[in-house]
Design a protein around this ligand. Structure first.
Ligand SMILES: C[S@@+](CC[C@H](N)C(=O)[O-])C[C@H]1O[C@@H](n2cnc3c(N)ncnc32)[C@H](O)[C@@H]1O
Length: 290
């Protein structure tokens, strides 16, 4: 009979395997001795899968070519904290950027807009960007406008697709932004459901932004938001990420990362530019064949 030692704490060696796996695949650094924390977060997976220890769990993940368990594993580790209209000063700059994008596209006679929300979590950021695009009134009618959110956490992606939120997701909305709640959401008991007109051009994908295939079929992006995820990553992973983004973003595009994050001295593929006191990143066009 198989005896499952449910609460057997992870050994240091097992912790090392799993920590390195998370870093190599997703770039996420687990700093210090987080053995107990990791054990608490994933021990139920051993029970569910009928495994005896974390070495078996590691082997199970490695043998699964579909990467399903790898994604389940990472979803228990990531921090999904997010809310609508987060870091308003950056969003004001985004609204200004939309005006200059419209100007450039008019000259190029192009009517396609692609905005990415990388590490989109449950979708609040992607939908915030869509509300601002909508409010700008610049990309109506025959414009092909798409906002694409990508995250490694399948639960977050499911929530994002449902577009159904509680007041917790509106905690930073005040002033003008607060009026958007009545304007763009239908209230049902304690739930707020984003109106369909604001969801149809938004798509969410399960994917790892360190892998190029996460971006397949997107084409050139005009603006990429990637906020509050690089803080969890190693410099080596940030370099990999920057290299993926370099090819994805258009030569005139903008990259916006979290205000507590920086690419300075981590990559020379993007250069900082100040806009109303906010740092945005532009492609370093002097680099060829990076
Ligand atoms: C703190 S949330 C940030 C949400 C949103 N960008 C914001 O600023 O409000 C971090 C998200 O990054 C996701 N994440 C972590 N590593 C990732 C990776 N390699 N590729 C895609 N998403 C990742 C996590 O699943 C989590 O949902």
């Amino acid at each position: 009979m198989l005896i499952i030692k449910k609460n057997e704490v992870m050994t240091e060696e097992e912790f090392g395997f799993l920590r390195d796996l998370i870093h190599d695949e997703f770039g996420i650094l687990i700093k210090g001795d987080k053995r107990l924390t990791l054990h608490t977060k994933v021990s139920h997976r051993l029970t569910i899968l009928g495994l005896e220890n974390y070495r078996q769990y590691y082997e199970y993940i490695m043998a699964d070519a579909s990467k399903k368990e790898l994604y389940t594993f990472v979803s228990h580790i990531t921090n999904n904290e997010t809310y609508f209209f987060r870091e308003k000063p950056q969003l004001d700059v985004f609204s200004d950027i939309l005006i200059s994008i419209k100007r450039d596209k008019r000259i190029k006679k192009e009517k396609r807009l692609r905005i990415l929300s990388l590490a989109s979590s449950s979708g609040e950021e992607a939908y915030t960007l869509n509300i601002l695009v909508h409010e700008s009134g610049l990309f109506l009618w025959e414009w092909d406008t798409k906002i694409i959110g990508i995250d490694v956490d399948s639960n977050a992606i499911r929530k994002a697709n449902e577009a159904c939120y509680t007041t917790n997701s509106f905690r930073s909305m005040n002033g003008e932004a607060a009026a958007y709640i009545d304007q763009y959401f239908n209230k049902e008991k304690d739930r707020y459901i984003l109106r369909r007109s604001l969801t149809t051009n938004v798509e969410f994908r399960l994917g790892n932004m360190l892998e190029r295939q996460a971006f397949e079929g997107i084409g050139q992006a005009d603006v990429i938001f990637c906020r509050n995820v690089l803080i969890y990553m190693s410099n080596e992973a940030i370099e990999r990420f920057a290299s993926n983004l370099y090819d994805l973003i258009s030569d005139t595009g903008y990259l916006i990362i979290g205000s507590s994050e920086s690419l300075i001295q981590k990559t020379n593929l993007f250069l900082p530019e100040y806009k109303n006191g906010i740092i945005v990143y532009r492609k370093n066009l002097s680099i060829q064949g990076h």
